[in-house]
Ligand binder design. Structure first.
Ligand code: G4P
Length: 193
């Protein structure tokens, strides 16, 4: 087991409805040392890529993206969620549907902060159905920039997102892939990678 899988085993809580609570260390209270370790690990995995920018989506992706960008010594940009629709012009916009929250958001990035010369590493804390990642890919490609890869802390391997993104031909690295979890026993099964 790697460091993140070990931490999930120690402090993650399996909830009904296939929800994994990691709010004591990843997405509410944040363990800063763990974030730094995640940053170093993604830097190691994508060291062969000419990354110029790290892109994520608010809110919980920001800490991971910061740690990764710090390792690459490049800027980090986070897409903002917005209810407004009249954003065309100075913003790249993608519509993201959340299956978990059953709502839709426009996610936006200012055209000032992504351009055709950029080589983008997209990161986020969770990958479930992949809507957020697809929105970030769409924004990157609207800018004419190159998606160098995608780094995810926790992928829920039993939801479709990972398969969809890999089938599209992107390089997706997930530090922990949960293939099954059981809220009655608390058991979590990780995919061997
Ligand atoms: P998708 O983007 O992969 O399609 O995911 P989905 O719509 O299903 O998930 C919506 C939100 O719920 C995302 O955060 C995602 O990270 C989170 N999520 C999905 N499954 C789990 C889970 O098992 N445990 C936890 N803790 N979160 C999960 P978000 O709405 O963008 O929230 P935030 O980043 O602002 O916190």
């Amino acid at each position: 087991m790697n460091f993140l899988e070990q931490r999930i085993m120690k402090d993650g809580v399996v909830k009904e409805g296939n929800v994994l609570k990691v709010d004591s260390f990843l997405n509410h209270q944040m363990d800063v040392s763990l974030m730094n370790e995640i940053g170093k690990e993604f830097h190691r995995r994508f060291a062969d890529r000419p990354v110029t920018k790290v892109l994520t989506i608010e809110a919980s992706g920001i800490a991971i993206a910061y740690a990764v960008a710090n390792e690459f010594n490049v800027p980090m940009v986070f897409a903002k969620k917005s209810k407004s629709i009249n954003l065309e012009g100075e913003m790249y916009v993608a519509e993201v549907e959340s299956f978990t929250h059953k709502n839709r958001n426009n996610v936006i990035v200012s055209k000032k902060f992504l351009n055709a010369d950029d080589h983008v590493l997209i990161v986020d804390d969770f990958l479930a159905n992949g809507c957020a990642l697809q929105g970030l890919i769409s924004i990157t490609e609207s800018a004419g920039a190159t998606v160098e890869g995608l780094g995810i802390a926790i992928e829920k391997g039993f939801q479709i997102g990972g398969r969809v993104i890999r089938n599209l031909g992107y390089r997706l690295e997930s530090l922990a892939i949960v293939d099954a979890m059981d809220h009655t026993t608390g058991n979590i099964t990780f995919r061997k990678q």
